[in-house]
Design a protein. Structure first.
Ligand SMILES: Nc1ncnc2c1ncn2[C@@H]1O[C@H](COP(=O)(O)OP(=O)(O)OP(=O)(O)O)[C@@H](O)[C@H]1O
Ligand SMILES: [Mg+2]
Length: 370
């Protein structure tokens, strides 16, 4: 699959933008705060309904404007698809595929799959558990419709239940217990789907991970990831109900997949606790490269890869490894300068210079002189 064209109106710092993308590698370079990441965000949002930064819809509308419009043209199996999205300050966003309005995010599933790689991903192993859950959520929400809807229903139910917990402890009224039971049943229903699917996904990823890490480090060491669910499915109900008293005091739910974690280890040693910075970075890179393989297998097509400012975070051998692993999948790269790419002999296809929300295509002859 490939993203062929992007059009933005009143989105972030863009008043109006229209760019045609190349099949292979598209590089966006320019100084800080000029609008490079905003381009990737615009595409990611259009294809998945969510910002990779978890920004709210209203925050992405250009300052001073009331609504934003995004349009992407995607080609998949030689069929062109068009996604339109309207963000509005006072209404929910609306989305249309090929001119037909859609109601649920799941209806976008399968049109475009994107693997997003940002500096947060490089630090994923040493960060807190939420960063590790984020990468699983971002991937599975694109691959699995049941996961996507379970996750959104779970989050909504959790929010409602936590609100009720706070009200219940404020009013000290036992009649709240019945209502809390109802929310707990919903949490168990959706949470169980989430746990099952995270387990399968991480097992599948684990099978690829070891090999990728060997490619990157050239060392015969075993990288693995293990799902550490907060609770297993069998004991979920019991744990949830037995924690009620504490939850009432805390005003939040202490059991469930919102507290899951993933353990990465190298030769059975926990990388988060004992790994060096370099080992942690190599492992994160291995995870990203494994995700590409896993997507290819699951969707029977190539995903689009977005590398937002990651090259400068990697040393030259890891940069080379990443660039040489890309193969022929469409890739969108943002960076502040082209040095690293020129050094790695990786100036290909299209190069765009981004300055103050203006995107200028650079000719090859121009780049060689930079
Ligand atoms: N809703 C908005 N309306 C107008 N401008 C916005 C909006 N949201 C963000 N911006 C502006 O967009 C710019 C940031 O754009 P972006 O994150 O794409 O920069 P970048 O080129 O990726 O920079 P860096 O190299 O630092 O990552 C900032 O100047 C910010 O003020
Ligand atoms: Mg950026």
């Amino acid at each position: 699959m490939k993203i062929k064209r992007l059009e933005l109106t009143s989105f972030r710092n863009y008043e109006s933008l229209r760019i045609d993308l190349e099949e292979g590698c598209n590089i966006f370079y320019g100084n800080n705060a000029q609008g490079k990441t905003n381009i990737l965000e615009g595409i990611y949002l259009s294809c998945t309904t969510k910002s990779h930064k978890k920004s709210k819809d209203q925050e992405m509308i250009r300052f001073g404007d009331d609504e934003a419009h995004l349009r992407v043209y995607i080609e998949k199996n030689e069929v062109e698809q068009k996604i339109d999205m309207h963000l509005n300050r006072s209404r929910r966003k609306s989305i249309a595929v090929n001119g037909q309005p859609i109601k649920r995010a799941a209806e976008l599933l399968g049109i475009a799959n994107i693997i997003f790689f940002s500096p947060e991903d490089i630090n994923m192993i040493k960060s807190g558990p939420s960063e590790r859950r984020r990468f699983v959520d971002m991937d599975l929400s694109q691959l699995d419709g049941v996961y996507l809807s379970s996750l959104s229903q779970y989050s909504r139910s959790l929010e409602q239940k936590n609100k009720l917990l706070r009200d219940a402890s404020y009013f000290e009224d036992p009649s709240f217990n019945g209502m809390l039971d109802v929310w707990d049943e919903k949490l168990i229903e959706y949470g169980t789907e989430i746990i099952k699917r995270r387990k399968d996904f991480l097992e599948e990823l684990n099978l690829i991970l070891k090999e990728k890490n060997r490619e990157i480090t050239g060392l015969d060491e075993e990288l693995s990831c293990d799902y550490e669910p907060d609770t297993d499915i069998e004991r979920y109900r019991e744990k949830l109900f037995s924690g009620r008293k504490t939850d009432l005091k805390r005003g939040s739910t202490s059991t469930g997949p919102h507290r899951d974690d993933i353990r990465f280890s190298l030769n059975n040693v926990d990388l988060r606790k004992y790994g060096s910075q370099g080992q942690q970075r190599s492992a994160s890179l291995s995870v990203k490269l494994s995700e590409i393989d896993l997507f290819k297998k699951r969707i029977n097509d190539s995903p689009v890869l977005m590398l937002d400012d990651v090259l400068s975070e990697l040393d030259s051998s890891r940069q080379r490894c990443l660039l040489s692993s890309i193969g022929n999948i469409q890739t969108l790269i943002t960076c502040t300068g082209l040095d690293e790419l020129i050094k790695n002999d990786f100036i290909k296809d299209k190069v765009f210079f981004v300055e103050n929300a203006t995107v200028i295509k650079k000719e090859r002859s121009c780049i060689n002189k930079l």
